[in-house]
Ligand binder design. Sequence first.
Ligand SMILES: *Cc1c(COP(=O)(O)O)cnc(C)c1O
Length: 540
Amino acid sequence: MIVDSCFFIDNSQVKIYMMCSAVALGGYGLYKLYQTGLGNIYHNIKSYGFKLLRKIPKIEKEVQDEIAKSVQKISQELKEPVNNYISYHQLPKEGKSTHCIKLHMEEMEQVGNFNCKQGSASGTVYSNNPDLHKLWIDVFPIFSRSNPLHPDLFPGLRKMEQDVVRMSINLFNGDGSYSGCFASGGTESILLACKAYRDWGRTQRGITKPEIIVASSAHCAFDKACHYFNIKMIKIDVEKETGMMDLKKLPKKISRRTILIVGSAPSFPHGIIDPIKEMSEIALKHNVPLHVDCCLGGFLLPFVKEALDEDIDFDFRLKGVTSISADCHKYGYCPKGSSVIMYRNKELIHNQYYVNANWMGGIYATSTLIGSRSGNIIALTWATMMKLGRSGYVAETKRIVELTRYFANQLVSLSEQYSDSIYILGNPKLNVVAIGSKYFDIYELHNNLLKQGWAFNALQFPASIHLCITQCHTREVIDQILVAIEEYLCDITIKYQDNPDKTEVMINEKSSSIYGSSQQISDRSIVEDVARGYLDNLCN
Ligand SMILES: *Cc1c(COP(=O)(O)O)cnc(C)c1O
């Protein structure tokens, strides 16, 4: 994940910042308040004070130097694994042999410290089914030279694309009057939906300053959509206990400008399913659309009833749900580049289209963001769904959900064993378990796991980490991870057990974790600058 590698910020930067903010506030006392959480009220003042300080050239220069140092460090860490290989800045003079190319690629696949295919990573790689992978290799050549931008030239591919969308709509209990389309991933599905609702709001309701209401747990793709399409985002903090959309606050945020409410099933950070049924009722009552982001749960939730005999309300059976996004490239176990966006009616999807009748290159009409695209990803998605069939998805849903619950239960008993040192955020039931701690810096645990080859996702606000369980995680893998966590908890509790005021000490244990430090920087533009530097490294 980007966020993981973004924040290798040198600690001295934070020190400068702390110094400055202390000066700005006239004392360390308020800063301490801030650390305890009470100080959140001071957040803006402090940030403002720091921004003022940055106007002083000397301080700004120091900040810039620290940002540059952090970026430099990121750059080194990114390059490190491939430092010993030749980079090609020019085409090879003569083409290389297939043998040589294959050797190099196989070597590139091996570099780095993580073996994602064997469960090293949270999420990331979702399929781990040798039969399926063999099928991909077999069918790869069939559509590898196709371009569905021209459906007239590839009618068979168009039919298969329709099959994928129709099968998906069916899974979410939509019927023939529903429509949808294939997209390159969850982000594209979400961008498309937001664009569709924006234009729908404008044409149907005359809304010129559109607003989308999301819970703070909604995926960042909605922020991105608002950024791209000039939509205002209204964020509601999730309920503290449950991590769900706060239903009490929702109606108050709905206005004449609301073009959409968003629910997650489940949310990316903590794997929590929003109360979609209640949200649907609120949406109906106020006559505003409701999108359910099923990108993560899309190919698990529809099978939960059959796999575990549990009822969860999340799909088109709820009358207020007007659209759903679902990623085939997550729990659909398809190759990356595969997602569907589905709508309750044609009126909505019509607002998603881009049509230009006057282009010199011909009449141009596309339903999605991209132009030319790979037909193969459609073919591979179709093949995957056909190969696994309903029973394949049901069986895997059962395994993954049960493994997730096993992981969560084991964590709870570990915490009980080790002085309540960790807690789970909300009550995750599906595929993601997020862990936090009131007593120690959870990013230290994160670093510790990373060193042992386990790449959890680092989350912030509140500081926590999560594991998203995929087909790559077997019971053995989960048990190994649990052992690593237990060893860490054992160490940390031994370290503090002689101290009568354990809690105090653990909280005040100053974070040496860099990610932990970054969360304390209230001037987020510094963190953003470092993140941009990180992107510079990827793009150059
Ligand atoms: C993964 C995810 C997305 C975005 O999908 P990409 O495929 O990464 O573009 C959106 N929402 C949720 C809940 C997700 O988990």
